[in-house]
Ligand binder design. Structure first.
Ligand code: CUA
Length: 309
């Protein structure tokens, strides 16, 4: 089923429940109104010779009834909502530090794991069966984090970090989207959260703490030289090298990501070449400029990037 009905988190359950509960309640009211209106239309319809219907101005009992009924009905919805809010957005423990810091950029997501000092981009891994406390920031404009199966939506506001929880019951890949218009490539700012069993997750973290081995093949060595010579290190970090830029995605483990350009293309060598030839054709408006690289340069850079595992 479509979200929010296939909730995968105890933090999303109250939201899915609220949606379902409200839908049932409102449809019940709709049916009641249709039945009453239909009944009134038939029972009190105009008949030949019956004249004007009887007028009843200022009936106190009716006035009270049709004020109290909607009030009571809204009170029920308010109670549903309060219950869902407390379940989906629990207040943090007093001194809780975030388990994960997410920074929204035009148009990709950066994820920093403060406890292990690991930084990745676009593919956010979390362990299953624990509630994680997130700090959400923005590097430029207002974005909005939303992975419907895992919890609530949250705005990413420049200069104003927001905190919220996410979690996943089962391992899997959970997709979402940036839910606030943030510029030309807003539509290409998907979110991917990969939930893994705690053991698998720990293994993933350990792998991400490593730095990639130095390139071995001739092409990759040449590509690595090009990477450092061109302006790539101004924006990108590659662990274990002098490249320490932070404006663009961290590329330390680039080759182990499933997609590139934040989900625009599958991460295959031919797509990496396509991206390097002309990022502006693949993702118009993105901050990666066209470098007018030669076919040889693209080939060597790709060979290097493929070693970043
Ligand atoms: Cu980021 Cu829309």
């Amino acid at each position: 089923m479509l979200p929010p009905f296939n909730s995968a988190s105890s933090l999303e359950d109250p939201i899915a429940g609220l949606f379902t509960g409200m839908a049932i309640y409102l449809v019940a009211i709709l049916i009641l109104v249709i039945v009453l209106v239909t009944y009134a239309c038939i029972r009190y319809r105009a008949r030949p010779g019956s004249g004007e219907p009887q007028q009843r101005p200022g009936n106190k009992r009716y006035e009270i009834a049709w004020t109290l009924a909607p009030l009571a009905s809204l009170a029920v919805l308010f109670a549903f909502t309060l219950y869902a809010m407390s379940g989906s957005d629990p207040s943090p423990e007093a001194d809780s530090n975030p388990d994960l810091v997410i920074i929204a950029h035009q148009w990709w997501w950066e994820a920093f794991y403060p406890h292990s000092n690991v930084t990745v981009a676009n593919e956010v891994h979390i362990p299953t069966n624990v509630r994680w406390y997130l700090r959400l920031e923005s590097a430029d404009v207002v974005h909005d984090w939303w992975v419907p199966q895992l919890g609530r939506k949250m705005d990413a506001i420049p200069g104003h970090p927001n905190f919220f929880w996410i979690g996943a019951r089962r391992p899997g890949t959970y997709t979402g989207a940036c839910a606030e218009f943030c510029g030309a490539e807003h539509a290409w700012m998907p979110t991917r959260v990969i939930a893994q069993s705690p053991a698998d997750f720990q293994q993933w973290v350990e792998q991400k703490k490593t730095t990639p081995p130095p390139p071995a093949s001739e092409d990759a060595v040449a590509g690595s030289g090009l990477f450092m010579q061109l302006t790539c290190p101004d924006c990108h970090t590659v662990g274990g090298t002098p490249a320490k830029g932070t404006a663009g995605p961290n590329l330390t483990h680039f080759a182990s990501r499933e997609t590139l350009g934040s989900g625009v293309l599958d991460n295959t060598p031919s797509n990496v070449e396509r991206w390097l030839f002309s990022p502006q054709d693949v993702k118009p408006g993105c901050n990666m400029p066209n470098f007018d690289l030669t076919a040889m340069q693209v080939h060597q850079l790709t060979a290097y990037l493929e070693t970043l595992k």
